[in-house]
Design a binder for this molecule. Sequence first.
Ligand SMILES: [Zn+2]
Length: 174
Amino acid sequence: MKECLTDAFVLDAEDSGEFDRILYLYTRDLGKIIAKAKSSRKITSKLAGHLEPLSLSKVRLVEKNGTQITDAILLRQIENTPAAVKLFQFIKEMTYEFQTDKKLWLTIKKAVEGLKGEKGDYKPLLNILGFSPEFAECGLCKIKKPLFFSPKEQIFFCHSCAFKISPNELILVD
Ligand SMILES: [Zn+2]
């Protein structure tokens, strides 16, 4: 990649230095990308407001000492709900940089569009990521068809084992 214009979900952002930001993106054309947005925290930056977490934006990525975002236009702001935050965190934890996957992109889009109320629909995402809930068992007690999944540890938990660890980190599969 020398330069790439692509749609991207902004998964997360971290400050870097005085004015820069590190952005975690899931892009249509390149999969997950960790990119720097130079000076984007300056109030005069043309990037400001277009790269907030929970956005869908069109971004221009350039390969220059790592990946840099040189342009960004907000396409859609996703409503800030606990379910949306959890879904974006899930995508950040479960994907790898520069692994283009059009099918996963479409499944993520669908999951974001389907966000409502308290929970997201994780089954299609888990299937495509190779963690099919149908064939899973609890990572601790081996009970079949566990209800929870830990993106951090990438294992399933049944209802009773889930509460032995920290339930906040878990997603509800069903
Ligand atoms: Zn269990």
